[in-house]
Design a protein around this ligand. Structure first.
Ligand SMILES: Nc1ncnc2c1ncn2[C@@H]1O[C@H](COP(=O)(O)OP(=O)(O)OP(=O)(O)O)[C@@H](O)[C@H]1O
Ligand SMILES: [Mg+2]
Length: 195
C-alpha cells in the first residue's frame, strides 16, 4: 500500500513537470556501479548472477538521478522475474548519432509479443497470478517511461518468450552542460534545446 501511494505520487510529480531536470556529465561505468550497488543484495538473495559492462561507452550528459532510477527499475524487474540461477547483464555502449544505449538483459521467462505494446501502461502486468506472488504495483515501467521521456530519452523492449527480455534506454547526444545550466533549476528542459 505504501509502495503504491509513493509510486502514484511519483507519477503525478512527473506528469505535472514538477521535477526539475539536472544535467550532469556522467561516466556510464559509474552509473552502472551505483545501480548494481543498490540492487546487488536483492540479486544475490535470489541467486541471480549480474554482470556489468560499460567499457566502450563514452561519457553522457544526462540527469543522473533519473537515469539511475530508470535502470534500478529495469534491473529490479530483471532480478524479480528471472528464476534463481538466471543471468542479468547491464551494459552501456555507444549508439547511433553519438547517443549512448543502456541495456538491461535477462534470460528469464520473457514477455509474449501480444503483451509488449502494453507493459509501459499503468498497472499493466503480464501474468496476474505470478505478479501477485512477487509483489509490486505495476507502476514501475510507467514511471520508467515518464522519466525517460521527461529528459528526451527513449525506452524500448524486445523479448522472446522462454529466452529472456532486453530493455534499452537511449540517451541522445547532448553537449556537456554549461555552468549556468547546472545551477539553474529546470534549466535545459528537452524542448528548450530547440528554441
Ligand atoms: N524483465 C522482465 N521479465 C519478464 N516480465 C517482465 C519483466 N519486466 C517487466 N515484466 C512484466 O511487465 C509487468 C509490468 O512491469 P512493472 O515494472 O511496470 O510492474 P511490476 O514489476 O509488476 O510492479 P512494480 O514495478 O510496481 O513493483 C510486470 O508485472 C511483468 O509482468
Ligand atoms: Mg517493476
Amino acid at each position: 500500500m505504501a509502495a503504491l501511494v509513493s509510486d502514484l505520487l511519483e507519477l503525478s510529480r512527473l506528469a505535472s513537470g514538477e521535477r526539475p531536470l539536472r544535467w550532469e556529465r556522467l561516466r556510464p561505468a559509474d552509473v552502472l556501479e551505483d545501480v548494481l550497488a543498490s540492487l546487488g543484495e536483492q540479486a544475490r538473495a535470489r541467486q541471480i548472477v549480474v554482470s556489468a559492462d560499460a567499457a566502450s561507452a563514452p561519457e553522457v550528459t544526462s540527469d543522473g538521478d533519473r537515469l539511475r532510477q530508470i535502470l534500478e527499475n529495469l534491473l529490479e524487474n530483471a532480478v524479480k522475474y528471472t528464476p534463481p540461477g538466471g543471468h542479468v547483464a547491464v551494459r552501456a555502449r555507444a549508439g547511433e548519432d553519438r547517443s549512448v544505449a543502456f541495456e538491461v538483459e535477462d534470460d528469464g521467462p520473457g514477455i509474449p509479443a501480444e503483451h509488449l505494446p502494453r507493459i509501459f501502461e499503468r498497472f499493466y502486468r503480464v501474468d496476474k497470478a505470478r505478479s501477485r506472488e512477487v509483489g509490486g504495483t505495476g507502476l514501475g515501467l510507467s514511471i520508467v517511461k515518464h522519466l525517460a521521456e521527461g529528459m528526451g530519452a527513449t525506452v524500448s523492449v524486445s523479448s522472446e518468450p522462454g529466452r529472456g527480455s532486453r530493455f534499452t534506454v537511449r540517451i541522445p547526444f547532448r553537449p556537456p552542460p554549461s555552468s549556468a545550466e547546472m545551477a539553474a533549476p529546470g534549466a535545459g528542459d528537452p524542448a528548450a534545446a530547440d528554441r
